[in-house]
Design a protein around this ligand. Structure first.
Ligand code: AMP
Ligand code: MG
Length: 349
């Protein structure tokens, strides 16, 4: 799990837009903010008793605090214990709450052609993004990157031993679930809300969000942060049950000698991925959208192929020149919030 240190309160900045034309603040809207996963988690619930809403949010807080500990990419916890065992070539028991996410991560990694590759934890650490202090540079030496690329750790290197244990012969595998864990946690939080009889809500973990239902007559509207300016670039009208996630080069990065080095690493080159600066994906499940937004970012200009492989049809990307490309189903739902709007191309999914 990653700590996002830059602008924690803005992290991707999905603003919840309860549009101004709506009736005066609906009394039935209950909102709480948690500080978990090193970021702000916003939960809004519509149409429930405040006491019931508060009780289920407290439960979600406990879940997320445990997940933050257990799934952390570098602090001592269940995942680092697992990584240590894998690094020694041992058969390692996968803790129960980690298993389904790991299964899903293996499958999504394979479908992304390895561009979503949570086995590359050593590479993330080499770039300075697996530490509590903000990364600064200088960037790693080419030899160190080449040495890790030679070992090329992937999720396909993991072999199950029975249902509950894994091992690998590639000792360079180090799991970093930062590209999927928040999405996965959001899906679990939505399941908790549903189990508590809540039908209208948003869970937003630092910009990784999923909505269910709607706050009254109008749908939820979600603001998408501009990758290069304060504020929003666009807003999206949310459906009844879907996740909207963004990966961007502005979330965690440093500048060194005039160049930006960010946290989304292309496993093929060992370098921060080039060609896009932000990718927004809509999909029913937040875990899938999370892995997909990272994979498409890494794919760069060839993102459409990766989207097809992952079954993702709603995508918006921005390139370094500020040009936006959207798939047609995404374009139907997006309103730009900047004037003039950026150059736009609409493509088939
Ligand atoms: P996200 O914000 O969901 O795109 O996730 C970013 C985090 O995923 C990074 O901070 C890394 O911990 C991790 N990561 C970076 N590159 C990759 C990659 N190619 N595959 C999987 N995880 C990655
Ligand atoms: Mg992701």
């Amino acid at each position: 799990m990653q700590i996002r240190r830059k602008h924690p309160s803005l992290s991707i900045l999905f603003l919840l837009l309860l549009c101004s034309a709506c009736t005066p603040a609906p009394p039935a809207l209950h909102h709480e903010q948690l500080l978990v996963f090193g970021t702000l988690v916003d939960i809004s619930i519509y149409g429930a008793q405040p006491s019931a809403a508060h009780a289920v949010i407290s439960q979600i807080r406990r879940d997320m605090e445990r997940q933050h500990r257990d799934w952390h990419a570098w602090q001592p916890g269940a995942l680092s214990t697992l990584n240590a065992a894998l690094a020694r070539g041992e058969v390692a028991t996968v803790p129960t709450d980690l298993r389904p996410m790991l299964v899903q991560a293996i499958e999504l990694s394979q479908r992304s052609g390895g561009l979503f590759n949570p086995a590359l934890g050593h590479l993330i650490a080499l770039w300075g993004f697996s530490q509590d202090e903000p990364a600064h540079g200088p960037p790693p030496k080419a030899q160190a990157i080449a040495a890790l690329l030679k070992q090329y750790p992937t999720m396909a290197d993991l072999a199950w031993e029975g249902n509950d244990s894994i091992r690998t012969h590639n000792l360079a595998v180090r799991l970093d679930l930062g590209a999927i864990a928040k999405g996965y946690a959001v899906d679990l939080a939505i399941a908790r809300l549903r189990a508590a009889g809540i039908h209208h809500a948003i869970v937003n973990a630092g910009g990784n969000l999923r909505v269910i239902g709607r706050p009254g007559e109008r749908p939820w509207r979600i603001g998408i942060r501009h990758p290069r300016q304060p504020g929003m670039i666009a807003s999206i009208t949310a459906g009844h049950d879907e996740a909207i996630l963004t990966s961007g080069d502005y979330e965690r990065y440093y500048e060194y000698q005039g160049r930006r080095y960010h946290h989304l690493i292309d496993p093929r080159t060992g370098q921060p991925a080039q060609g896009l600066i932000a990718v927004t994906v809509i999909h029913r499940e937040a875990a899938v959208a999370d892995a997909a937004s990272t994979a498409l970012f890494v794919a760069g200009p060839a993102w459409r192929q990766t989207a097809r492989q992952l079954g993702i049809t709603q995508v918006m990307v921005m390139d370094p020149a500020g040009r936006v490309t959207m798939t047609a189903p995404m374009a139907r739902r997006v309103h730009f919030e900047v004037q003039p709007p950026p150059p736009l191309e609409i493509v088939a999914p």
